[in-house]
Design a protein around this ligand. Structure first.
Ligand SMILES: Cc1cc2nc3c(=O)[nH]c(=O)nc-3n(C[C@H](O)[C@H](O)[C@H](O)COP(=O)(O)OP(=O)(O)OC[C@H]3O[C@@H](n4cnc5c(N)ncnc54)[C@H](O)[C@@H]3O)c2cc1C
Ligand code: SF4
Length: 330
């Protein structure tokens, strides 16, 4: 048995100070990831710092039209908030298609962004895994890799990032607000997630003790007509094989603006910038959508069991863009 201390804090400053001062400590929000990992022996904090009393649960308008979502707002509350469902339907839908109702009621937005990968080798606690134990190797490269990534991989790790909502947040240039030992930071979501490279154990740039306080969404713009599609082995309570968040603005049959991000295929929530560049100025047709998908997937690196994701992603992108062009019907 390993000893595990527990502390409950009531201010952001106290939370940051308490975790910063204890090297083996971790924040505890809804606990739906952290407690699982402790039970599995993957996470071994000596101290859990419960942050649920912090006043970070709001969803409020920002001056200029954006939205500020508190880090401790629950997934289900955010999905149902009229400001989110009305102005960023892709974000709302991504939340509703994640996990289960019970989990969404517990799970916080900050915890969602920090959830760990679902790679079975990472979670079994025994297999060589560079993410869990740097330098031991990656069992998924030549093992069972059906659910693994095809974009952003390295020879050290090919695990997909599992968050649904982070995909939608990536599509709309969300910014992660933090408070840490070095002060406050605003981190664009694309910079918040790190590619595995040769340091797969580092998934985000948070310092020890650095707390996510909120997520900023810029003014909605075309996000108002956004969609989120999720393709998986079963209809609910399952992680994505491929997911798509898309929004299109079409004028006189030509794409004026496109947003596209992918889940289930990248080692980080994948903003499809090659596809967006290809779409802008192109006719809003199935041919253009297929060309955009091909441009994004040209860099795909497949392994033994996950090659099917290239075709699945291609079809998902075309379908997502087709629905987005119709105004977001699902
Ligand atoms: C069975 C199951 C199915 C799931 N399916 C899906 C799915 O389909 N789609 C999906 O997107 N997710 C899914 N999830 C993941 C779920 O969304 C996350 O577990 C949840 O969002 C984590 O939030 P939490 O508040 O419980 O975090 P916790 O478990 O409390 O914390 C998670 C991690 O984040 C850190 N942390 C928490 N809050 C902060 C903060 N404010 N600042 C800095 N660090 C922080 C913790 O220290 C910990 O390391 C599933 C989970 C389970 C168990
Ligand atoms: S894919 Fe990543 S998480 Fe999975 S075994 Fe390899 S290094 Fe570990």
């Amino acid at each position: 048995m390993r000893p595990l201390a527990y502390a409950r804090v009531s201010t952001v400053e106290e939370a940051v100070e308490t975790v910063t001062a204890a090297p083996g400590s971790a924040f505890l929000a809804g606990g739906t990831t952290e407690v699982d990992l402790i039970r599995l022996g993957i996470a071994r904090p000596g101290l859990l710092v419960d942050i649920n009393d912090l006043p970070l649960t709001g969803v409020e308008d920002l001056p200029g039209g954006g939205l500020l979502i508190g880090a401790l707002a629950r997934m289900s509350d955010v999905a149902r908030a009229p400001e989110v469902a009305g102005r960023y339907p892709g974000v709302s839908r991504a939340l509703l298609l994640g996990a289960s109702q019970q989990l969404r009621n517990m799970a916080s937005m900050g915890g969602n962004l920090c959830q760990r990968v679902r790679c079975a080798y990472f979670r079994d606690g025994l297999s060589p895994c560079n993410k869990r134990e740097p330098g031991t190797g990656c069992s998924a490269l030549d093992g069972l890799n059906r659910g693994h990534a095809i974009l952003g991989t390295s020879e050290h790790c090919i695990a997909t990032h599992p968050s649904d909502v982070a995909v939608a947040l990536a599509a709309f240039d969300a910014v992660v607000r933090t408070s840490g030992p070095g002060g406050a930071r605003r981190i664009p979501i694309d910079d918040f997630y790190l590619l595995p490279g040769d340091t797969p154990e580092r998934e985000n740039p948070l310092a020890h003790g650095e707390l996510i306080t909120a997520i900023e969404l810029p003014p909605a713009g075309i996000a108002r007509r956004s969609i989120y599609l999720k393709f998986r082995d079963r209809e609910s309570y399952e992680f994505a094989l491929v997911s798509v968040c898309a929004a299109l603005s079409v004028r006189d049959g030509i794409v004026a603006e496109a947003r596209l991000a992918l889940g289930g295929v990248g080692t980080k929530p994948w903003r499809a910038r090659h596809a967006e560049a290809r779409l802008t100025g192109a006719p809003a047709t199935a041919e253009s959508y297929a060309a955009a998908a091909a441009a994004e997937l040209a860099g795909a690196a497949v392994r033994r069991h996950n090659a099917f994701k290239v075709e699945l992603a291609r079809r998902a992108i075309v379908r997502g863009l087709t629905l987005a062009a119709r105004g977001g019907a699902r």
